[in-house]
Ligand binder design. Sequence first.
Ligand code: ZN
Ligand code: ZN
Length: 125
Amino acid sequence: MSEWRRHDDGLKVCRGPCADLLPCEAFPQRPDGRGPDSYCRPCRALLNRDYHRKYARQRGGRVHVEAPAGFKHCRGACGQTRPVTDFSRAPSHRGSDGYWPRCFDCVNRQKREYVIRRDHHGSSG
Ligand SMILES: [Zn+2]
Ligand SMILES: [Zn+2]
């Protein structure tokens, strides 16, 4: 006589963090019409938010950087908005604007740091 056995009765276990047995109305419908989602609404909203936050971090913390036409926001140490002529051309692939994400200054500085580090390592010669 357990109430927890009434799975067919329009109830569904949430696969999200709450792991609750909830009525089907508590689950959003899938966009492709395959029935209710595996996560209830609050859990789905939570996961979506986490996903977006993670995604934003992958892209360098900011999803949208406003730069006027002909300018580009440097993702390097300087973090400045510079004319695209301060960036070297990169082979354009999906999601790229055809320029390196870092300006010449930042690339050169990184190269220099790399050389210094390398020279420290291989001190023979
Ligand atoms: Zn849930
Ligand atoms: Zn820079």
